[in-house]
Design a protein around this ligand. Structure first.
Ligand code: AMP
Ligand code: MG
Length: 585
């Protein structure tokens, strides 16, 4: 969360400037909060209200809530006003807080200045005023902006506090899934290339405190503000001295008074030929370039002695030996892990620009599909197996999964469901009805009202992949068969969602292992077999390739990927095995 203030003399135009900045920054997609410091005559509550009566009766804290807003009022009863920091800690819904008033606090401020009351600008005396917005041209030691040019002032503020420039994700073109005319079958590689080149990150950005950044995707490179370590320091508990004073062989050095410890540096200079007690993490004082380990010396009578050669610089850490300031420490697109938070914090980064998680709607379709298991279902009904699977895949991949329920094979119903959710999600995954048959209403609807392209992908299990845009939201129509839906989700949806979410295209790592099965594979399509490794590290495959056999997915620890061409696989033939872990599950 960034903090920027607006200050100025009375009637300088502070409130008007805050107002215009709030509206400008909000229009740019930032979430803005404000804090206003008022004098004692201004009050948030007044005689006659119900809450006034609660307060007058002695309530220390009163919360007023209505369908419009809520407010938390705390009576001071003569206590000091809370500090600005305490108030800032109460704000949790903002990328930037604009503070009006609080002239003497430390945050950077812009001064709204009108040359009407004969007073000189505050910028001349207050170092926290970093710019002035004035009606007239002034000669000042800080930038002077036009008070009426809100856009330029907003640019200045955003640049000064480091607000991510475009918090809005990009939008996809309506024809992004179109195939060239005449294309019928799409090889897997082509389908993947098309997705990779046509999709862009659509997830919005926000700025978070580093401590809240775990699992979030960085939207901009993170840059070290401070080196790590910031100064040369000792790597061990021991004794420090200047290496040039050593003569080789047995060494005795008198100890100087005092010591250097982490957080308590030694102020003076250590004279040549002397040594100083130094502890791990202590800054290396002047006159010291080498540290000998405590266990390697005898210390007695105010001196240390040790035998043997010590290399210059031993047991010291150099300033910036890990990271120099200004270095890119983590690249945009990286999902932050716990150790990343350690590095960012060590190098002085307090807030990070990250992507908001992608919201993924999951819809099942089919007249036969029942929302969930019930007692005594009719024989022609089946329970929705895809939805719980796809929702949890989305969640495992770090997105927000949004349940869109089940829709019958009815165009109106499917259309209504898509309309209802288009404004609430960034991507929609549907399953079922994606082919070109009589009851394939998802593809029919998307063809007439969306911008559908049926991708007949040369893949087994799978094949039809209905790709379309619905009111600006990409829709991935997956096959209905749970096995095909699962494989297509891993192969196509995962890298595509990762790109849309801002973490780049992701392909799974696989490796070659000998086959523990035989198979004559047809040419012209890529096949994924449910597989697992046996004790000898060979790939076994599930006993059936039937795409309704969900038990095979549970049996498998990975997939064997067979390339598009024909193949005659016998025991020992090398095949590509991709563990499910490589798909992030
Ligand atoms: P479709 O793609 O709609 O032709 O469906 C292909 C097969 O998958 C049919 O046998 C459907 O009953 C089955 N199926 C479709 N959706 C689901 C689902 N959500 N859960 C379980 N099976 C499904
Ligand atoms: Mg169906």
């Amino acid at each position: 969360m960034k903090v920027f203030g607006v200050t100025g003399w009375k009637n300088g135009g502070k409130t008007g400037l805050v107002e215009r900045l709030v509206s400008e920054l909000t229009a740019r997609g930032h979430r803005v909060a404000t804090i206003k410091h008022a004098h004692h005559v201004a009050d948030v509550d007044h005689e006659g209200t119900d809450t006034y009566r609660h307060r007058a009766a002695g309530a220390r804290q009163v919360i007023l809530s209505s369908p419009l807003r809520w407010a938390n009022m705390t009576e001071l009863h003569g206590d000091d006003e809370p500090s600005l920091d305490t108030l800032l800690a109460r704000i949790d819904e903002a990328d930037i807080v604009l503070v009006e008033g609080y002239k003497s606090e430390n945050h950077p401020k812009i001064e709204a200045y009108r040359d009407e009351n004969g007073k000189s600008p505050l910028a001349l005396t207050n170092a926290t005023v970093v710019a002035v917005a004035a009606k007239t041209r002034l000669d000042l030691p800080v930038p002077v902006l036009d008070l009426d040019d809100t856009s330029a002032i907003a640019d200045f503020v955003a640049e000064f506090v480091g607000l991510a420039p475009t918090p809005k994700g990009r939008t996809l073109r309506n024809d992004c899934f179109a195939l060239p005319p005449g294309v019928d079958w799409v090889p897997v590689e082509d389908a993947l290339n098309r997705l990779r080149t046509r999709l862009v990150p659509v997830a919005d950005m926000e700025t978070l405190d580093v401590r809240d950044g775990c699992d979030r995707i960085l939207a901009a490179d993170a840059i070290a503000i401070r080196p790590n370590p910031p100064a040369a320091n000792s790597a061990v508990d021991g004794y420090g001295f200047a290496h040039k004073a050593l003569s080789g062989g047995k060494t005795s050095l008198p100890l100087v008074d005092g010591r250097a410890a982490a957080g308590a540096p030694f102020a003076g200079r250590v004279r040549d030929g002397h040594a100083l007690r130094i502890l791990t993490g202590a800054i290396i004082p002047d006159g010291v370039d080498t540290v000998v380990l405590e266990e390697d010396v005898q210390a007695a009578n105010g001196q240390i002695s040790f035998d043997g050669a010590v290399k210059k610089g031993s047991n010291t850490r150099k300033a910036g030996e890990d990271v120099q300031s200004g270095e890119v420490v983590i690249k945009a697109g990286h999902a932050l892990r716990p150790a990343d938070l350690a590095l960012l914090t060590a190098v002085g980064v307090r807030s990070v620009d990250v992507r908001k998680p992608l919201r993924i709607g999951v819809l099942s379709t089919g007249d036969e599909i029942l929302d969930r298991p019930i007692e005594r279902p009719k024989d022609h009904r089946i329970f929705d197996a895809n939805r719980p699977m796809l929702l949890s895949l989305a969640a495992k991949w770090g997105h927000v999964a949004v349940d869109m329920g089940v829709a019958r094979d009815d165009e109106d119903e499917i259309r209504k469901r898509l309309d209802d959710f288009a404004g609430k999600v960034d991507v929609i995954l549907t399953s079922g009805g994606a082919s070109a048959g009589d009851e394939d209403h998802v593809s029919k609807l998307l063809r007439t009202h969306g911008s559908l392209t049926s991708w007949r992908v040369a893949i087994k299990p799978g094949r039809p992949l209905a790709m379309a845009m619905w009111q600006g939201v990409p829709v991935f129509g997956l096959p209905g068969n749970p096995v095909a839906a699962f494989v297509c989700a891993l192969v196509f949806a995962r890298p595509a969602l990762s790109l849309l979410a801002g973490s780049g295209w992701k392909m799974p790592a696989g490796f070659m292992v000998p086959a523990a099965f035989t198979k004559a594979k047809k040419p012209g399509r890529r096949e994924f077999l449910r597989a697992r490794l046996n004790d000898q590290g060979q790939a076994e495959v599930f006993k059936s390739e039937g795409s309704g056999r969900i038990s095979g997915l549970v049996w498998a620890d990975g997939l064997v990927e067979l390339a598009d061409q024909a193949a005659e696989i016998s025991h020992g033939t090398m095949v590509r095995y991709i563990p499910l872990g490589s798909y992030g599950i």
